[in-house]
Design a binder for this molecule. Sequence first.
Ligand code: CS2
Length: 495
Amino acid sequence: MTNVPLNQQTLSSLPDAIALPNYDRAQLKAGIVHIGVGGFHRSHEAFYTDQLLNQSQTLDWGICGIGLREADRQIATALAQQDYLYTLIEKHSNGEVKHRVIGAIIDFILAIDDAPAAIDKMAHEDTKIVSLTITEGGYYFNLASNEFDLSHPDVQHDLNNPNAPKMVFGFLTAALRKRRSAGLPAFTIQSCDNIQHNGDMTKKMLLAFVQQQDADLADWIEQEVKFPNAMVDRITPVTTREDIDELSNAGVTDAWPVVCESFHQWVIEDEFSNGRPAWEHTGAHFVSDVTPYETMKIRLLNAGHSVLGLLGSIHGHQTIDGCVADPLFASYLRRFMDIEATPVLDPVEGIDLEDYKDTLIQRFSNPNVKDHLSRICLESSSKLPKFLISTINENLANGGSIRYATLVIAAWCYYSDKGTDQTGQVLDIIDEMKEELHQAATNSKTDPLAFLKLHDVFGDLVKESSFTAEYKEMLETLYQTSNIATQMQSLMAEH
Ligand code: CS2
């Protein structure tokens, strides 16, 4: 098969099996500016938008990507050389693979090279929404104080350099200031990260920043900018060399395709400052209160991932599907969901939680989506407080079970200390707090609660004696036996 390098010119020569954008990309305006163009944005918001553009031929909702970090240079280069086109590789659990070229992204600005261009783009009258996937850690939220981390060097930098910012809130502020001076309406700020009340959180963080710079602007933002909360969902593993090669065998050369499962879900509060795409036509669900959906997803799916990720890493499993193919891990996961996560959820309209959990386990079992545990455990220090520690705290307050989650925290300490699995294989740990986690975990040998004293991660959990008693015992056993499976088994045997 001839192999076609993906770009606007070659679209019509791609193999027939590949679905293509049917709209005129040259006519699109960038109504959405997206900060943080990773795999997830490309498999989710850009996918929903591309579907809509295919259906309705609306011209207002193209996407301009923005990268704030040096690490975004690679995606900026890959997309630019392909006229911002990329292939979405949808892997179904029956082995079927569907390819579609997504055309919704039409431009990309690397803000570290050109901050004024990024600010101008957000301040442009065509821009109606600025959306974000900046990861759980990207919000400068300090768990210990429950407030915005004003002392962070990036924040201090942006307060002192309003026209040459580095971080997300500096850019949003500069762009909103410009819009206000130009008499343009505000844009909506739409978070697409896995954070409970992601819109409210974004608003709180942004206002805390702007207050320090310009109280008047803060008032305007408070009145004019909407921050819809949303639940986002689509499992999107890291693209591998094999994925690129397989696509090439199917006839397309794409420097950075995106792989994902077929399932996708987006539940959004219908609160927009300046219009929005009719994403309901492509499967998004608009509601007035997204809270129960978010809690359900974060506490079952994301927490379930973390449970498998940390326990599985120590055991020597490589991927999520590998974990759930192991009956011990599959039943541990189900027990965690049933006994500890479900009791702290509110009823969710239109969703049967038992079905939701069954579907989750099926999704996790998809043997074609090789979701590596290293991705799941990436930045655990900013994920676990939101995914798992909140569940432990609520169960502590309600007298509910905490044992399944507690073993995961003990496992995390062991994992951070050793840095290897039980068979001695080195684990690929990526975490902004990696050194602190390692140090605290190592200190656990002399002070068993040392790990929990990382206040930014655990808050006041170390003061909860019913938690620390279980935790200490579990940690001690884990160090003695170095066998997580036996510990999981004995924990389940007790219930
Ligand atoms: C995962 C998520 O790493 C993680 O935190 O749980 O990336 C998960 O795959 C997505 O939220 C699925 O929607």
